[in-house]
Design a protein around this ligand. Structure first.
Ligand SMILES: Cc1cc2nc3c(=O)[nH]c(=O)nc-3n(C[C@H](O)[C@H](O)[C@H](O)COP(=O)(O)O)c2cc1C
Length: 305
């Protein structure tokens, strides 16, 4: 089984394999560690970190939908300072890439968060969340605004020489425009996609099922959309792509790579089966062997546009 090369080389970051665990679905990493072997996974992306701790939105914050879920957590997190003090240390015992996801209310706050986190050696890179649909300040407004995405990328690039990915919103007309901006301002990759804005109603109370009224749709329902966004970015922007959205079985990983993703992230599936990543890796190796593929990364963008 070990004769297949699963590694992925991205600018400023090499992963042992293309499977990362997505922001917001595995806490700070420790929360999932007892259910999976983190040493075997390509990397972990933390819950979005902000400069100050955030409580997030009031419940109800999560609702199941047909083949997916809506969430409006609202970026609840311990804040950068507490993260550095009490959370990052756990990773020093693990050999897996650690990517800190950062969310903020202003371009300057993004810069400050990355600057503070950059000094911690264990952190391998950053994913900048300009696309959270569930917060009143910032969130989608950033992800919808080319000038702000440009400024945030430029400032955060200036604050770190580590791996830097910009996490893009699918709730825009042309996602590839934002990918091009990220590339121009020096990002190493883009992550696509964050959740799609959605809602659901209780027919008896006639009220939204989510207190925030709308939430972010994730899970298998969004996979075809995410694949199309990955394809659009690949066609129009020359930047490595981390594919995210509804990955639920190992075959989905292959689909994202064929469409153009260099690596992928598993999100909602972690709530269904937190051991999925390991199971997928075994199947990916087996697939490569039977398809006579020496290096899994050969698949990236193998669909000819
Ligand atoms: C409960 C929940 C919390 C999330 N929190 C964050 C977050 O803090 N920051 C972020 O960038 N994305 C967050 N996301 C989005 C995921 O990282 C991912 O982009 C999205 O769920 C699509 O992937 P999936 O369909 O595999 O879940 C969250 C998703 C869920 C379901």
């Amino acid at each position: 089984m070990s004769s297949v090369d699963l590694s992925v080389k991205l600018p400023n970051l090499t992963l042992k394999n293309p499977i990362l665990l997505a922001s917001g679905t595995v806490g700070y990493g420790q929360e999932i560690a007892e259910f999976t072997d983190l040493n075997k996974i390509g990397g972990v992306v933390t819950k979005s970190l902000s400069l100050k701790p955030r409580k997030g939105n009031a419940p109800q914050r999560i609702v199941e939908t047909p083949t997916g879920m809506l969430n409006a957590i609202g970026l609840a997190n311990v804040g950068v300072e507490e993260y550095l003090k009490s959370k990052v240390g756990f990773f020093k015992n693990y050999d897996t890439a650690l990517i800190c996801n950062v969310a903020a209310s202003s371009p300057e706050e993004y810069l400050e968060c990355v600057r503070l986190l950059d000094s911690e050696e264990r952190i391998d890179g950053f994913e900048i969340n300009v696309s959270c649909p569930n917060v009143k300040d910032g969130g989608l407004e950033f992800g919808n605004n080319p000038a702000l995405v440009s400024k945030i990328t430029n400032l955060t690039r200036g604050a770190t020489s580590k791996f830097l990915a910009i996490k893009l919103s699918p709730n825009v007309a042309r996602i590839s425009e934002f990918a091009r901006i990220a590339k121009e301002e020096g990002a190493d990759a883009v992550s696509a996609i964050n959740t799609l804005v959605g809602t659901a109603f209780d027919i008896y109370s006639r009220r939204p099922k989510i207190k925030n009224v709308t939430g972010g749709l994730s899970g298998p329902a969004i996979r075809p959309v995410a694949l199309a966004k990955v394809l659009e970015i690949r066609k129009n922007a020359d930047i490595p792509i981390i594919g995210i959205g509804g990955i639920s079985v190992w075959q989905d990983v292959i689909e994202f790579m064929i469409a153009g993703a260099s690596a992928v992230q598993l999100g909602t599936i972690n709530f269904v089966n937190p051991g999925s990543a390991i199971n997928f890796l075994d199947n990916l190796t087996e697939y490569c062997l039977t398809q006579k593929i020496n290096s899994l990364s050969e698949l990236t963008g193998s669909f000819t546009l």
